[in-house]
Design a protein around this ligand. Sequence first.
Ligand code: NAP
Length: 265
Amino acid sequence: MTVSTKPVALVTGSGQGIGRGIALKLAVEGYTVVINDVVADPSVTDKGPYEVKAAIEAAGGTAAICKADISSAADRQMMGDFIDKEFGRLDLLVNNAGVAPRQRADILEATEESFERLMNINLKGPYFLTQLLANKMIGYQKAGIVEVPRIVFITSMSAYVSSTSRGEYCVSKAALAMGATLFADRLGEFNIPVIQIAPGIIATPMTSVVTEKYDKLIAGGILPTKRWGQPEDIAGVVIAVAHGYLDYSTGNVIEVGGGFHIRRL
Ligand code: NAP
């Protein structure tokens, strides 16, 4: 097993959107970034994981691609083995991958199939990936390779804001928020900080299907900060975690939502 001299970060679902923004910023900060996505086609270079890898390398950074479906136990194991074999260390896990319902449907009509899909990807995937990789992190600590490994969960304001046209998404994120709390509690003993980031309305491919709706809401003043969030807004908080600035804040939620949580009269 070779041990990388650079710190290593795994960012799930980083072929686009928020994960891409996080990956690019971590690479600038000196991390080797493992770009994970469920689709990774080397012949596609203008978007997806290979575009992100090229952008990182063009800026002088290092990255590797690990194609894996986080909802699959075999794929999670393969990702863990890949990190062990290629780098021999993991300094930061960013549980970012997540999906919205394929179709928004009222909670009185939404299907069990969509519920199961979201639970598998948004909850079971990051929950058991964290279980697997936290154990590896403890091993890297014991071997003296990484002093303070860190874990980030990208949840959502939907963990506590009701949207009845995508109830299964809200429920998956609410449960994941408790997952983040549980791991923060359990991993305190090992000095592995766990921070939850709850994005608000962020401009990514996921939200591109509801641009008009959110444009109107933002123009109408739903957010104190009158603009869409950008992946860089989330990435900035991840960098603060990576630098250890939030270590003693383990178990906390950082909302990145332009002040959406502020109750106003
Ligand atoms: P996005 O643009 O759809 O990107 C998500 C990425 O995750 C995609 O590259 C997707 O790949 C990948 N992915 C999906 N299923 C996966 C799986 N099973 N295994 C591995 N990768 C998988 O979404 P985003 O807006 O950047 O969202 C990133 C995270 O932030 C999600 O957890 C989301 O719930 C959360 N979030 C987003 C917002 C927002 O306003 N955008 C707000 C709150 C929270 P494919 O495209 O190939 O499926």
